[in-house]
Design a protein around this ligand. Structure first.
Ligand code: PLP
Length: 374
C-alpha cells in the first residue's frame, strides 16, 4: 500500500524531545521555541515570527488582530475550512471570490468587485505553495485601505519575486501539520513585519497578557491587557520542529526530486489532453508541497481514484468548496459564480508525495497513472 502521506522525523527528534523533558521547562517558549523563532526570523527576514500550535491558530490570531463582528474578509472558497473559520469565530463574514484556473489561487481580477464598505481584509491562500500574484493584491489592498493576511500554510520555503511567502502581507500564517513539508505533528507560525501588530500578537498569543514583555524585563509585573487565547505550543513540539528545520534543505531537495519525476513522467499525457499538470507562474517558486493532476471531468477523476485504490495507491482529492459546505452556507457570502472553483474541486487529485518515498514507490505511482490514463 502506498499511503498519501507519511510524517517524517529525524535522527535528532527523540534526542531533542528527551532533552526538553529532562530540562524542567516543558511548557511554551523554552529553548527550542527560541531556536525556531531565530531560525524563522533569519530565513524569512521578518520582524516577528511566533510559534503557535497550528496553522489554524495562526489564522485565528490574525483574525483576532484584524476584524470586528460584521466585517467582511475576501478569500477563495477553494481552501481548507480554517481559512474561513478563523474569521467566523470573530463574527466576521468570509466573502468568497473565484480562483484562477492556472494556479487555483485567488483570482486577483475579481477581488475589487467583492469589496464593500464592510470589507476589512483580503486573505490570499498560496495553494500548493505557489504564490498568489501579491503585487496586484497588495496594490488593491493599499488603494482600499485593507489588510492582507497570507494563508501560507502550504508555503514553507516558497517565494514571490524572491520574497518569502507569508512576509509580504500584513500578517502571514504557516502550518507544520504532519501533511506539510516541515512538520511537528501539529504546529504553526504567525509572522508579521508590522511593529504594532508584532506587539499585539505577543499579547494575543499569551492569553491576552503582556507576559512576553515581562520576560524581557520591559514591565515589572504582567497582567491581562487585551483579548487573547493560548496559542503557544509546548517546547516538546518546538523540539520536534527544530529537528526537522535542521534537515529542511534535504527534505526540500527530496520533495522537489519526487515532484519533478511526476512532472516529467506525465508530460506526454498532458500533450494527449488526458490530464493537466501544475503550472508555476514566472513570479513564483515551487516548494514541492503538492503534486496534483487535473482531469477533464468528475467521472474521469472518480474512476482514477477507484482504480488507484484497487492498486493500493491512495490519491485523495480536495477541497469541498467552502461555499457549498453547510457552515459556509450559514456563515459566508459568495461573490460571482465561482465557476472555476466548482470545476477544479471536481477534477483535481493529489498524488502521494512524502520524504521517505522510495524509488520503487515513485515508479509504481507513475506506472499506474500512465496505465490508467491510456
Ligand atoms: C493545513 C492548512 C491550514 C491549517 O493548518 P493546521 O496546522 O492543520 O491547523 C490552513 N490553511 C491551509 C490552506 C492549509 O493547507
Amino acid at each position: 500500500m502506498i499511503g498519501f502521506n507519511i510524517p517524517l522525523y529525524t535522527s535528532k527528534t527523540t534526542e531533542y524531545i528527551a532533552e526538553v523533558l529532562a530540562s524542567g521547562h516543558v511548557s511554551g517558549d523554552g529553548k527550542y521555541s527560541k531556536l525556531c523563532h531565530e531560525w524563522f526570523r533569519n530565513k524569512l527576514q521578518v520582524r516577528q515570527a511566533l510559534l503557535v500550535h497550528s496553522g489554524t491558530a495562526a489564522l485565528e490570531m490574525s483574525a483576532l488582530l484584524s476584524v470586528q463582528p460584521g466585517d467582511e474578509v475576501i478569500m477563495p472558497s477553494y481552501t481548507f475550512c480554517s481559512t474561513a473559520n478563523a474569521f467566523v469565530l470573530q463574527g466576521a463574514v468570509p466573502v468568497f471570490v473565484d480562483i484562477r484556473s492556472d494556479t487555483q489561487n485567488l483570482d486577483e481580477t475579481k477581488i475589487e468587485e467583492a469589496i464593500t464598505s464592510k470589507t476589512k481584509a483580503i486573505v490570499p491562500v498560496h495553494y500548493a505553495g505557489v504564490a498568489c500574484d501579491m503585487d496586484v493584491i497588495m496594490d488593491i489592498a493599499r488603494r482600499h485601505n485593507l489588510l492582507v493576511i497570507e494563508d501560507a500554510a502550504q508555503a514553507f520555503d516558497s517565494f514571490y519575486k524572491e520574497r518569502p511567502l507569508g512576509t509580504i502581507g500584513d500578517m502571514g500564517c504557516l502550518s507544520f501539520h504532519e501533511t506539510k513539508n516541515v512538520m511537528s505533528g501539529e504546529g504553526g507560525l504567525f509572522v508579521t513585519n508590522s511593529e504594532e501588530l508584532s506587539e499585539r500578537a505577543e499579547i494575543v498569543r499569551e492569553k491576552g497578557t503582556n507576559r512576553s514583555k515581562f520576560f524581557r524585563g520591559q514591565v515589572d509585573k504582567y497582567t491581562w491587557v487585551d483579548k487573547g487565547s493560548s496559542y503557544l505550543p509546548s517546547d516538546i513540539v518546538a523540539a520536534y520542529l527544530y529537528s526537522v528545520l535542521e534537515e529542511a534543505a534535504q527534505v526540500q531537495a527530496k520533495r522537489k526530486y519526487i515532484w519533478n519525476r511526476y512532472y516529467e513522467a506525465f508530460a506526454e499525457l498532458e500533450k494527449e489532453g488526458k490530464i493537466r499538470r501544475p503550472i508555476i507562474p514566472e513570479y513564483a517558486t515551487n516548494n514541492a508541497h503538492m503534486f496534483y493532476l487535473l482531469f477533464n471531468d468528475l467521472a474521469a477523476r472518480t474512476n482514477f481514484i477507484a482504480e488507484m485504490k484497487n492498486n493500493e495507491i491512495l490519491t485523495p482529492f480536495h477541497y469541498v468548496p467552502l461555499h457549498s459546505a453547510p457552515a459556509g452556507k450559514k456563515y459566508c457570502r459568495t461573490c460571482g459564480d465561482l465557476k472555476v472553483t466548482n470545476r477544479i474541486s471536481e477534477t483535481l487529485v493529489r498524488l502521494p508525495l512524502y520524504f521517505d518515498m522510495t524509488e520503487a514507490q515513485i515508479d509504481m505511482v507513475i506506472s499506474n497513472v500512465l496505465r490508467f490514463c491510456r
